[in-house]
Design a protein around this ligand. Structure first.
Ligand SMILES: NC(=O)c1ccc[n+]([C@@H]2O[C@H](COP(=O)([O-])OP(=O)(O)OC[C@H]3O[C@@H](n4cnc5c(N)ncnc54)[C@H](O)[C@@H]3O)[C@@H](O)[C@H]2O)c1
Length: 359
């Protein structure tokens, strides 16, 4: 079933859900006219699977396709520079529109490229992973990584639209579904205890990738994100709650130099670390802590670390871009379905939380 949800804010945009890739072309023609230059940015895996379908609908336009190697490491300034050269070779100009076909890596990279190429051109997200569909394509954050930290260079740059074809999930490897599930559990912990219970009640269906349950899960998870980013477009208030588990998770990803720890794995371990810290502060009961760890484990997500150094992980957390005036900002779960912002977490507390999840 097709659905449209509008993300509000000063630069609102529509999310088109359950729409076939090949129909994007006729939407573009109706919305922006029969002429136009479209620059599809994707990676070779996604191009093999879906570019033909997408291009089918775009055949009346001048369209160029650029592929970027498939890796989180490609979210870099070096890649932005290469994209600039490629776009210029395709005669891209201020009227060109970028179509970001892929998961969160392509979305963040192509969106950031769109935000700075000739001082900003329009772009549309076409998310093909669960994580991108429920999370990264919504909210207008685009970024690349820097050796000093993840997503350190970026901007708020909303897309023109998000075009979500759920059928792309059928080719997504299970490990990538798990990455999306980590963010879904985060959404539930931040703001929706009923979503948490829904996931607990349907772990078997989720493991079997039951399409009906997966769609409901995606819709409910997306709704949490849409509500929060509509109320707080530029992260001046409650949007920062969506960072739950991410300060710890990003530290792990940075420590692993973005290799070997996926974003979802980082978030999963980060959720357990911060849940332990919240438990120590009596914000979470032991039963709630166990429920969180159990749910992540039932879905096959990692919940502990083995060979990392807590002190070096702490150092990575000190350059987290959420920090303000030298204070670390951490989001703490308060029971299940509520969260709060903490500015007073001591280094020792953080190191203790890392140690608690070390085996
Ligand atoms: N901007 C935001 O608000 C935001 C929010 C959360 C995460 N992120 C970012 O998102 C990134 C992670 O995104 P991701 O989890 O989508 O990973 P990803 O983009 O790396 O995609 C995961 C893998 O799945 C493959 N793939 C994508 N779609 C496929 C499909 N339909 N079928 C088969 N294979 C497919 C990709 O080639 C890749 O190998 C991180 O860089 C993270 O920082 C951004």
């Amino acid at each position: 079933m097709r659905q449209r949800i509008d993300v509000g804010g000063s630069h609102g945009y529509p999310l088109f859900l359950g729409v076939p890739l090949e129909e994007l072309g006729s939407y573009l023609e109706n919305r922006y006219g029969a002429k136009g230059h479209y620059l599809v940015i994707t990676n070779p895996i996604i191009a093999d699977l879906y570019s033909e379908k997408l291009m089918e609908g775009l055949k009346n336009f001048r369209t160029d396709l650029i592929t970027v190697p498939d890796s989180e490491e490609e979210k870099s300034l070096d890649r932005i520079s290469k994209l600039t050269e490629q776009a210029l070779r395709c005669r891209a100009d201020r009227d060109t529109m970028v179509l970001a076909l892929g998961g969160g890596v392509i979305g963040d990279l192509a969106g950031f490229f769109a935000s700075i190429f000739v001082r900003g051109i329009r772009y549309i997200h076409i998310p093909t992973t669960l994580l991108a569909q429920i999370d990264s394509s919504i909210g207008g954050k685009v970024a690349v990584n820097h050796p000093s930290g993840k997503n350190l260079l970026g901007s708020f740059y909303p897309p023109q639209a998000v075009w979500t074809d759920y059928s792309t999930l059928t080719t997504l490897p299970w490990e990538e579904i798990q990455n999306g599930l980590a963010e879904t559990i985060k959404h539930a912990l931040v703001a929706d205890s009923m979503l948490f219970e829904f996931i607990e009640d349907h772990t078997a269906d989720i493991l079997n990738r039951d399409p009906k349950i997966m769609k409901e899960l995606a819709m409910r998870s997306m709704a949490v994100k849409v509500k929060i980013v509509t109320e707080d477009e530029k992260e001046k208030g409650n949007r920062i709650l969506l960072n739950l588990g991410h300060s710890f998770g990003h530290a792990l990803e940075t420590d692993a130099k973005y290799k070997g720890v996926s974003h979802g794995q980082g978030v999963s371990i980060g959720l357990v670390a911060i849940a332990n810290l919240a438990f120590e502060r009596n914000l979470l009961s032991e039963k709630q802590l166990v429920r969180i760890v159990d749910l992540l484990e039932k879905l096959g997500l990692p919940t502990y670390i083995t060979d990392s150094d807590p002190q070096s992980l702490l150092q990575h957390m000190l350059v987290d871009k959420k920090n303000k005036a030298g204070n670390k900002i951490l989001i703490l779960p308060v029971g299940i379905g509520k969260s709060s912002i903490a500015t007073d977490c001591e280094d020792e507390e953080i190191v203790r939380a890392w140690k608690k999840i070390m085996k």
